[in-house]
Ligand binder design. Structure first.
Ligand SMILES: Nc1ncnc2c1ncn2[C@@H]1O[C@H](COP(=O)(O)OP(=O)(O)OP(=O)(O)O)[C@@H](O)[C@H]1O
Length: 282
């Protein structure tokens, strides 16, 4: 297999709080979505893969390198959009991306400026290149973050919640951009949006309590809830909510006369997270 990311039995604690607990999964070229509730360990995992943090135990291989010994080699091939990027808000878009390029050791000024213009163009910000970051909308600022992550054409791109807080139209544009980025690179995308995973990821990984509870295609994630989602006039499943049409959508073990409906990726995800409760109620 051409796995570009291998995480094997990795644990990481902060004091007494265990963020990652024996986590294992692999990723390869294309877009892999990382799903999980608040506190599941997504950001910790991203920081670990970005070589910002070291694991307490377990093994990690990134692009064939070991982050313990080859951090620089990995960093040269890595682009990272942190969850809370430290933008220099007084800089223009060009100045900020150029500043990151300097930090990335791009020393030839002309080649660096060409590369800065290229990545700014790639995220569709050429028109606002001379604008100060503080004057941009949140969605545009997020694109500046992606632009800097594309500097030097990295083989591995880590995007920590790039679509959080975007309006639907911006999300759509981001999906197009991210799927383009993933055509010839390994992209890991952490998100709370199962729709993003269904729409653009080739593979999905679900974290819960610092462990991997699912790894597979979005179709397989949807399959987790096959035969376990039904519609009824009254609340029935353990996970149950009223839909826009007035009926209830229920997830769990259906009664014999249930009207089953096709599951979504979100149904599969919810069932994975709340599976214990669902099984306990049977
Ligand atoms: N620097 C830190 N110091 C102490 N605890 C931390 C630190 N970073 C993370 N944690 C803890 O580790 C656990 C996992 O956090 P993490 O931020 O990785 O989750 P997450 O899946 O990214 O959550 P969210 O979706 O809310 O961003 C949480 O319990 C968190 O409180």
């Amino acid at each position: 297999m051409n796995d570009t990311v291998v995480v094997d039995d990795v644990s990481k604690s902060f004091g007494r709080s265990r963020a990652l607990s024996g986590l294992s999964f692999t990723a390869r070229k294309g877009v892999t979505g990382l799903l999980g509730p608040n506190g599941a360990g997504k950001t910790t995992l991203m920081r670990l893969l970005a070589t910002v943090l070291a694991a307490d135990s377990g093994r990690v291989r990134l692009l064939g390198w070991n982050p313990v010994y080859d951090r620089l080699e990995i960093r040269r091939r890595l682009g990272y959009l942190p969850q809370e990027p430290a933008y220099q808000r007084g800089f223009t878009v060009f100045e900020f991306v150029d500043y990151v390029a300097i930090l990335k050791e791009m020393v030839d000024r002309r080649a660096r400026h060409d590369e800065v213009r290229r990545v700014i163009g790639e995220v569709g910000l050429a028109d606002v290149s001379g604008k100060k970051i503080r004057t941009l909308s949140g969605g545009m600022r997020r694109r500046v973050g992606i632009a800097q992550a594309l500097l030097g054409d990295p083989e591995l791109v880590l995007l920590d919640e790039p679509t959080a807080g975007l309006d639907p139209e911006q999300r759509l544009r981001f999906r197009a951009l991210i799927s383009r980025i993933g055509e010839n690179r390994t992209v890991l995308l952490s998100t709370h949006q199962t729709e993003d995973v269904a729409a653009l990821c080739e593979r999905a990984v679900v974290l819960k309590d610092g462990r991997c509870v699912f790894a597979g295609t979005p179709e397989e994630l949807r399959g987790v809830a096959r035969g376990r989602v039904w519609q009824s006039p009254r609340r029935a499943g353990v996970l149950s909510w009223r839909t826009g049409e007035g009926d209830f959508r229920n997830i769990g073990s259906p009664p014999a006369d249930a009207t089953l409906v096709p599951p979504t990726v979100e149904d599969g995800y919810l069932l994975l997270l709340d599976g214990d409760k669902v099984e306990a109620a049977v």
